[in-house]
Design a protein around this ligand. Structure first.
Ligand code: PFF
Length: 452
């Protein structure tokens, strides 16, 4: 018989879970990473492959993660060990949880640096620093900012403190309340920005860039990037969604909630693209300009539109919150494990995990300036952590989760946990998770690294 509650607490209900999981999924990945990845990989074809990955790989794996989490009711490491034991399998499955912890550390270390940029931009926007400033000056100001390690360090530190504060308090109090208001507000502001983009006269070019696929541009690397973006954006493959599932009550429908979360996440990413690319074309900017894209493009809009100072400030405030609710889910699996296995208090566990990430984050931010000439595989540390996690660790974690949920866990266990009977929906999930998801991930992965 599976446990019905977690020692770490429970969500107050279905809505709380949806908000928290959407809070985890919607973040810098949608608004910062999706547009720049789409810009670098040619637009339309990337977006189409991304949507295919969300539907055929992301949704079944998200369902699997929530299901495994809810069945195990512990940190991903202990959940995997316990479930493997129940099925008479090797305790080595817990390595999946460890890999997730590593991925969470690496992601959060650079995520916090980028979140720091968004905090700095709140101040800039509020001070009216964008009003009437041209695209070149906005770009130069961004480059100057990133070249300054002290400012980056200050913001990175502030952000990590905020993350540790919430995780130390426990996930259910605080976080739930915040997400309830902030997510809808972010959504509305994105619509305002899309409305502005529509007035630039280049909306059609932006839409065409995002939705008219040119498959002649598609390479193994761009397909891998689209799949990596799907894992990153949906928070899959590292145990964040698994641990959120472990706080979900046994009656909630996993399938319906997953479709809702993945749908909202994709919508926010597409809206961000629709807000950004028309402005890119209106000002003759380069879509493939990498990690600075959003920070160089959106301020132009805020500088030109009516009420730009207000909207700009609000937008970056909301982006900080979106990043915050995602960052929390990156730290939670590690903290839960420290509480379970080391008998740490939540506060102590959060501080320790947060400090570790902070150190890694310092290396990331130095790689943008002082250490910029040190490169590994042609990348600086921040870029390398981003590439390694999104394109390798998360898909690999997702593949193992799919294999475990589809092949190792008994059919009766998954039928029981989904509580939807052995019906068509269940069979579709089972087919996707046993065959489509693992095979697609494996093909994309091996193709991209040049095995065939
Ligand atoms: N999904 C988050 C985003 O799109 O910003 C980032 C993220 C959170 C990735 C949690 C992975 C994760 F486990």
């Amino acid at each position: 018989m599976a446990a019905t509650t977690s020692i770490h607490g429970m969500w107050s209900g279905r809505l709380a879970f949806i908000l928290a999981a959407t809070g985890s999924a919607v973040g810098l990945g949608n608004i910062w990473r999706f547009p720049y990845a789409a810009g670098e990989h040619g637009g339309g074809a990337f977006v189409l492959i991304y949507i295919f990955c969300v539907a055929a790989i992301g949704i079944p794996i998200m369902m699997a993660e929530i299901m495994l989490g809810r069945r195990g009711r512990q940190s991903p490491i202990n959940t995997m060990r316990a479930l493997a034991r129940q099925e008479g399998r090797s305790p080595a499955w817990q390595l999946l949880g460890w890999m997730g912890i590593l991925a969470g550390f690496l992601i959060l270390s650079f995520y916090s640096v980028i979140a720091g940029w968004t905090m700095a931009y709140v101040v800039r926007a509020a001070a009216g620093a964008f009003s009437g400033v041209d695209a070149a000056a906005i770009g130069a100001a961004f480059d100057g900012f990133v070249a300054d390690p002290e400012r980056l360090l200050a913001w990175h530190t502030i952000f990590m403190v905020l993350v540790v504060l919430v995780v130390a308090r426990g996930v259910a109090s605080g976080l739930e309340q915040a997400v309830r208001f902030l997510m809808p507000a972010l959504f509305v502001l994105l619509l305002v920005l899309v409305g502005y983009a529509a007035t630039t006269g280049h909306f059609a070019a932006g839409v065409a860039f995002l939705f008219a696929p040119d498959f002649s541009e598609v390479t193994g690397a761009s397909v891998l990037a689209a799949m990596g973006q799907a894992f990153f954006s949906l928070s899959l493959g590292m145990g964040a969604i698994m641990i959120y599932g472990s706080y979900l009550n046994s009656q909630a429908s996993i399938g319906r909630n997953t479709v809702l979360i993945a749908g909202l996440d994709t919508l926010v990413a597409v809206l961000a693209g629709l807000a950004i690319f028309p402005i890119v074309f209106a000002y003759g900017l380069e879509p493939a300009q990498g990690t600075g894209l959003v920070f160089k493009v959106l301020p132009i809009a805020f500088g030109q539109m009516n009420w730009g100072t207000l909207f700009g400030t609000l937008f970056f405030v909301l982006l900080v919150f979106a990043a915050w609710t995602s960052a929390i889910s990156l730290l939670e699996p590690m903290v839960a494990w420290l509480v379970e296995n080391m008998s740490f208090s939540r506060v102590r566990a959060s501080v320790l995990a947060g400090l570790t990430v902070w150190f890694l984050g310092v290396a990331c931010l130095l790689s943008l300036n002082v250490w910029s000439e040190y490169r590994l595989f042609g990348m600086g540390i921040l870029e390398l952590f981003d590439y390694l996690t999104a394109n390798i660790l998360l898909p690999l974690g997702g593949l193992l989760i799919a294999v475990f949920a589809g092949w190792i866990l008994s059919r009766s266990s998954s039928v029981d946990e989904f509580a939807m009977g052995d019906r068509v929906a269940y069979r579709v999930w089972r087919f996707l998770v046993r065959w489509v998801a693992p095979i697609s991930v494996a093909i994309i992965f091996f193709h991209a690294i040049g095995v065939f």
